[in-house]
Design a protein around this ligand. Structure first.
Ligand code: SAM
Length: 265
């Protein structure tokens, strides 16, 4: 099995409750196994991960993707991307990690591009698969809207997206009211809610209908919504909700003029 370096603890704990290195590794492997199954991810897929952090999923994908597959990951936190570039990229010729200087109050306070105006640095219809794990849980409505439109732009027709979020619904509301969840989403921010009025980016839930309609409006047809355990488990070891979506439209076929030229030669 491909042995890849593990990020140091100070980076692991930036992406979750992962001071325990084996847990970091296991959680990445488990999530990638679920993505493969839920999104029919192929070993030769061209994959984009938005908010890739310190490579929790990239390390697991490296064992699954073949050399014909490709992985691009970007993040706003420069030290995590530098770690991936220095420690993972040299072992993985088909993996690229990019720092984007997008403002994030927590992870990139000096960033000069607003997330709500950011254009992903990739051409239209580039990727077969998109992964956005635990990123919308730290973003605000206008930013999420922009990212969804960019996700739709860079995904190939027929391509699949895997996203995680806290989808705020009746059960979420009941969990907050009864104290069944540690995520006390009681402060609204437009169609989202946070549990931390001072530092709202620490945890953001999206109204379920708003996020699902937003995806649909951008041509991302929601295929599956699977509730995580955050509504009922009083621990940080909880799972978020999973959403998978497919971009509407035909998969790409060369236009007839190109075919005619090809046959004429
Ligand atoms: C909870 S961590 C999850 C990291 C990774 N997706 C994973 O599942 O291991 C959230 C990540 O989102 C990144 N992030 C926050 N705002 C972002 C933005 N506007 N664009 C891209 N990444 C962002 C953070 O820097 C951080 O790495």
């Amino acid at each position: 099995m491909l042995e890849l370096p593990l990020p140091p603890e100070d980076l692991r704990v930036r992406v979750g409750p992962f001071s325990d290195a084996p847990l970091f590794e296991r959680s990445g492997n488990d999530m990638v196994a679920e993505i493969v199954q839920l999104c029919d991810l192929q070993p030769d897929a061209v994959v984009l991960e938005v908010g890739c952090g310190c490579g929790r999923l990239a390390r697991a994908l490296a064992r699954y993707l073949r050399p014909q597959g490709n992985y691009d990951g970007f993040d706003v936190h420069e030290p995590m991307i530098a770690w991936c570039q220095n420690n993972l990229q040299p072992h993985l010729s088909n993996f690229r990690f990019m720092h984007v200087d997008v403002y994030s109050p927590d992870q990139n306070p000096a960033g000069y591009i607003k997330a709500s105006k950011f254009s992903f640095p990739y051409p239209d219809c580039t990727f077969d698969s998109l992964i956005v794990s635990s990123v919308f849980t730290h973003m605000f409505p206008e930013e999420i809207e922009r990212y969804v439109s960019e996700l739709a732009r860079v995904l190939k027709p027929g391509g699949r997206g895997f996203l995680t979020a806290f989808l705020f619904d009746e059960a979420g509301h009941a969990a907050v009211t009864s104290g069944a969840t540690i995520f006390d989403f009681r402060y609204p921010i437009g169609p989202c809610l946070t549990f931390d009025r001072e530092h709202p980016e620490q945890g953001v839930a999206c109204q379920r209908d708003w996020l699902l309609e937003l995806l649909d409006r951008h041509g991302l047809e929601v295929k599956l919504v699977r509730n995580g355990t955050w509504r009922s488990v009083r621990s940080y070891k909880v799972s978020q909700d999973y959403i998978t979506a497919t971009k509407r439209g035909e998969t790409f076929h060369p236009p007839p003029t190109i075919l005619a030229t090809t046959f004429a030669v």
